[in-house]
Design a protein around this ligand. Sequence first.
Ligand SMILES: *Cc1c(COP(=O)(O)O)cnc(C)c1O
Length: 392
Amino acid sequence: MKCAAGIETRIVDESSINLDPIQAAGRLTPEAMKAVIAWGDGYSVCDHCHKPFRLDYVTNPPIADFHSDLSKWLGMDQSQVVPGARRAFQEVTGALVSKGEPVMMTGMGHYTAYLSVEVVNGVVREIPPTPDHHITADTAAERIEAVIREFGYAPKLLFIDAVDFMYGNFHDVKGVAKVAHQYDIPVLYNGVYTVGVLPVNGKDLGADFVVGSGHKSMAAPAPSGVLATTDEYADVVLRTTKISGDVTGRKFGIKQVGILGCSLMGAPIVGLIASFPAVKERVKHWDEEVANHRIVTDALLSIEGTKIASEFPRRHTLTRMDTSASFDVVARTHKKRGFFLSSALAKRGITGIMPGVTKQWKFNTYGLSREQVEYLAGAFVDIAEENGLRIA
Ligand SMILES: *Cc1c(COP(=O)(O)O)cnc(C)c1O
C-alpha cells in the first residue's frame, strides 16, 4: 500500500513490539491520530485566530487552555510550544548567551544542546560524568569555579538532563540546580525523557526552564515540544516584539520574538493537545512502566555474561545493556554476525534495536503491556538458549 508515489505506508508499531529508545513514548494516541487527520492542513489552527493574533490566545482548538494547563502541570509560570526540545534550547541560548560566553553543559548532553550554544557563538564548558555515569553537584561546583577562573564571570546558563539519553540514568537535578543558583546561573532542565512519562515539577526541582519533547515523550507528532519557565525569565526569553520599520513605522503587536511570532501549527500542535489528557493520566502510572521494564531486564540478566551498563536497579524504561560477554560472543561465530540478534528478534515481531550491534545497545519498553513485556522477556531468553548461552 502506498500513500503516494514513492511513499510507502509505514507499518511498524501496528505490527511489532517497537523498542526504539527515541520512539517509545512519542507514539501517537488514537486521539492524536484523529486530530492529525482533521487538522493536518497548513494553517488550520488559524481559523479562529483573532486579536491580538497570537497562537497561545487561540481558543478553538483549545490552544490557550493548553498553555495554562501545561504551565501548571509542570509547576512553572508560563509556557510556550516549540518545534522540538532543540528549539527550546535555541530560544533560551538566543536570549541569554552572547558571542564567546560560556554555557555549562554536562558531558552526557545531547548534540542539540551543544549546537544550541554553537548557533549563538557561545562556548561550551562541560561537567564530566562520574565513572558510573552520573552528574553530581560537587563536580558541577568544581567546573563552575573553573569557568569563573577562566572567564572572570559565571556561566550564562546551565543545562542538566533529568535522565540522559546514553544510559537512562537519573541525575541530581536538585543538587546541581542549588549549586548553580548560588552563582546566579539559570538552570535548564532537559526533560525529554521525563516530561510526558513521569511527574515533573520544575519549581520543586529548582529549574528556571523546563524543556520537553512532544515527539519523544508526549505522544505527539513531530516537530513538537514545550518550554516552560518562571515569570522572571519569561520577561526575557518569552519577550514580545518591540521592533518597528524605520520607513513604514510598522509594529507587530505582542508577537513573541523567540518563536518568530508563531511556532506550532496544524498537526503538531493539535496532536500534542489531543494526547495531553492521556499523557497527564499516564505519568501517574510510571511505577508500572518501571515494573514492566524490570521484567525484561531481569530476563536479560538471567542470560550468562549479560550486564546492565546503566545504573541499577533500573528506575527508567530506557536501558543500556552490555552483552559483550553474551550476545557478542555468539556474534563472533554466527553466520549472520552481529545481525543474528536483530534478525532473531524480527522473527518474533520485535523491532527497534540497532541492527548489527551486540556489545552495548539501548532499548525502551515504555508503553508496552504486561503481556508484551512477558513475551519480550521470553523472546530474549529463547534467543540466548537457541544460541547456546546458559540461563541462570
Ligand atoms: C532527543 C533528545 C533531544 C532532542 O529532542 P527534540 O525534541 O527532537 O528536539 C534533546 N536532548 C536529549 C537528551 C534527547 O535525547
